[in-house]
Design a protein around this ligand. Sequence first.
Ligand code: PMP
Length: 370
Amino acid sequence: MTHTEAGPISWRDLPIRDDLRGLSPYGAPQLDVPVLLNTNENPYPPPPELIADLGTAVAAAAAGANRYPDRDAVELRKDLASYLGHGLTGSQLWAANGSNEVIQQILQCFGGAGRSALGFEPSYTMHRLISLATGTRWIAERRDADFGLDPDAAVAAIEHHRPDVVFLTSPNNPTGTAAQRELVEAIVDAAPGMVVIDEAYAEFFRPGTPSALRLLPGRPRLIVTRTMSKAFAMAGARVGYLAADPAVIDALLLVRLPYHLSVFTQAVARTALAHVDALLGTVDAVKAQRDRIVAELTAMGLHVVPSDANFVCFALARDGAERADEKAVWRALLDRGVLVRDVGLPGMLRVTAGTPEETGAFLNALKEIL
Ligand code: PMP
């Protein structure tokens, strides 16, 4: 904070854009407590073989670090295409520093001044925040009471607002709800502009839940975003990506910053992808803890939202009981060393599936509190 003769000044005193004044920065608490179950990371660190290979790959990248990296990350995009399958090629993939940056590039390209983006809330709050930061008007439509979305209602909202970009998160954050094929098809058919299916948590889908990747052929306005921050256990590396028609990627080249993905990031991502089996080997363990949370909270009489992700959203009040104060329970869990997420839904909290020990610590603490 800068001090002037009149005292300290805040960002509000600066000549900031008027449309940013009412906003608050993204701010999931980063606290040093034993059990971190608030940002949907994979609880398992990268395996030792990968850590060793990462060291070698980063050293090799360092040897050429006097030169700019491959601006188009061609090799990484090929690797991502072969990971995703579905007959995709590198020309249909794009990567950036986290899927947040991918989303920002999409909005810079297809949103912006005089344009609008529509999302179905509650959902990932950065869709709204990045829309506003790029000057895109945000249109909030509601999900159903059980956090699902009826295709007819979604189509009616899109036909009414005619947004330039539609966001649909599947599995949805913070609720864990997955979108069925008919819903995605109906939205793409109705939308006049681009449709972004945010599949950050797709690797945690329950069996039979479909990915929107299979809908890409013949739908050039559909974009599926993914990330290495969740199932891949690489949140610290900051790598997100999308799959879409090659024309979409050509359009994004207009707004991406030159050399946005460092030589180190590209090397780390490619090395991680070479260890895909070991990395994704933890997914079943995480899903088992997710299912354990659902089962145990249900047995406690709590209302739990079915989850296709690596987290669970639940109501604190037992059936028929008065609504519990989620802020008080969040605090009481923190006092017991367990950090979960207050997602702004009255009477509800969200918890990430951790290791069996972390999950057990959460469940025991919650039983004690309720
Ligand atoms: N989409 C969703 C639905 C998310 O929950 C997150 C992270 N919480 C992201 C995108 C962004 O992840 P990253 O930038 O780490 O790829």
